[in-house]
Ligand binder design. Structure first.
Ligand code: KE4
Length: 426
């Protein structure tokens, strides 16, 4: 029963392009009209028609502690009593900066912004300003938000909608972006041999999660570190998804590879709009007003968002949350893989900790080319069957499954059971 969602979607499309404020939410890739959500708590989300779902989108990553975590709600309530925004420095921003520097191994200095897009856009500008070079390297299928230079062969919603990049990105700018196959170090070496002295930065999702989840080859990531050092280019880890999800210090801690700059988002806002970029003091101090590279933002470091983010990070710092999330991820994905095998459905499962993807493919999925070879039609059948059974997955084969600490053993068992039913429908 989705009557109220249908009416809302009809009305939404009158006022909002496609009826949504972010394209992937429209469900076009899987041929559904999206449920409009009324509320959520823990790992459960309820739509306006009262249908309840187990949530594996988790707001695309931020809700790693589940929805309406009491400590986060309390922090927001306490903060909001003192006002919502001052446009002036506050103590809580210093606390947030200190916490990020403490938790993320390569970050010595950090600047808060309002989204992952702002974080990567600013990091690219800083890398270009610091190196006085214009070209950047990214990887096919990686998505770094919608800044012009990065909407080249991007993943996530760009891949979902099958659009090559985006109209409106000037050709003269796009040609400064070299997009190469992920996990292919040879292509990077060739690019550096050709353009090395003009490459400002290499930006990479250390664990890509916007073409589905891809497991990085360690020689590839270490090779990026080595070659950017050789040519004096900046290595940027876009950890908007992996930051604070895969470990306290994200993928860079997990893999022990230190980038020069790191982009963050999602989890550090605890569900409120926050992004950040940070790294070596020598580079970050080029940012105005200390330096001459410009970036600004009315709501950057917003105290309420900082309170929500800090409450989240303070919980993540404690105990063995990442071991718990690793176990949940292992049980869920191995259970789904076994269910597929029993049903004779060919799947490839890629997972790192509490982040993973099920690809309908009988080959390994190691880059955008192989991700594009997966069967999107079967994914749609799987997606719809899971949704009908109350499992809320990302409506695209180019997205990821996000787990939270709120997903209990019983919830995971129920999900695997629903997957068994879904595979029998294929
Ligand atoms: P935002 O501007 O959406 O906060 O962050 C952009 C971004 C940057 N880097 C990475 C690795 C990202 O995954 C993202 C955004 N992720 C998508 C989901 N794949 C956001 C969901 C959406 O676009 O609606």
């Amino acid at each position: 029963m989705n009557k109220k969602s249908e009416l809302l979607f009809q009305k939404a499309r009158k006022y909002i392009p496609g009826g949504v404020n972010s394209p992937v939410r429209a469900g076009k890739a899987v041929g559904i009209d999206p449920p409009f959500i009324a509320e959520a708590t823990g790992c459960l989300i309820t739509d306006v028609d009262g249908n309840e779902y187990i949530d594996y989108i988790c707001s695309w990553g931020p809700m790693i502690l589940g929805h309406t975590h009491p400590d986060i709600i309390r922090a927001i309530k306490e903060s909001i009593k003192r006002g919502t925004s001052f446009g002036a420095p506050t103590g809580v921003e210093v606390q947030m900066a200190e916490t990020i520097v403490d938790m993320v191994p390569s970050i010595e200095m950090v600047r808060m912004v309002n989204s992952g897009t702002e974080a990567t856009m600013s990091a690219i500008r800083l890398a270009r300003g610091f190196t006085v070079r214009d070209k950047i390297i990214k990887f096919d299928g990686c998505y770094h938000g919608h800044a012009d230079s990065l909407l080249v062969s991007a993943g996530s919603g760009v891949a979902t909608l099958g659009i090559p990049g985006s109209p409106g990105v000037p050709g003269d700018l796009a040609k400064l972006t070299i997009s190469l196959p992920f996990n292919n170090l040879e292509s990077v070496v060739r690019a550096f041999h050709r353009f090395g002295s003009d490459i400002a930065a290499v930006i990479v999702e250390p664990v890509p999660a916007n073409m589905g989840v891809i497991i990085p080859d360690m020689d590839f990531l270490n090779g990026l570190r080595k070659i950017t050092d050789e040519y004096g280019s900046i290595l940027i880890f876009d950890e908007v998804i992996s930051g604070f999800r895969l470990a306290h210090g994200g993928a860079q801690e997990l893999f022990d590879i230190m980038p020069d700059l790191t982009c963050l988002g999602k989890i550090i806002g605890g569900g409120l709009p926050v992004g950040a970029y940070g790294g070596k003091k020598e580079i970050m101090s080029r940012m105005a007003p200390e330096g001459d590279v410009y970036q600004a933002g009315t709501l950057s470091g917003n105290p309420v968002a900082m309170a929500a983010g800090l409450a989240t990070l303070n919980i993540l710092k404690q105990g063995n949350i990442y071991e718990e999330l690793e176990k949940k991820g292992r049980v869920l994905f191995s259970g789904i893989e076994e269910a597929a095998n029993q049903a004779g459905v060919q799947v490839t499962v890629n997972r790192v900790g509490s982040l993973g993807s099920i690809f309908f493919h009988d080959q390994p999925v190691t880059d955008f080319h192989s991700a594009n070879a997966t069967n999107a039609d079967i994914f749609s059948v799987y997606f719809k069957s899971m949704l009908e059974q109350g499992i809320y997955l990302a409506p695209s084969p180019y997205e990821a499954v996000f787990l939270s600490t709120a997903h209990t053993e019983d919830i995971i068992k129920k999900t695997i059971k629903c997957a068994k039913t879904a595979f029998s429908a294929i």
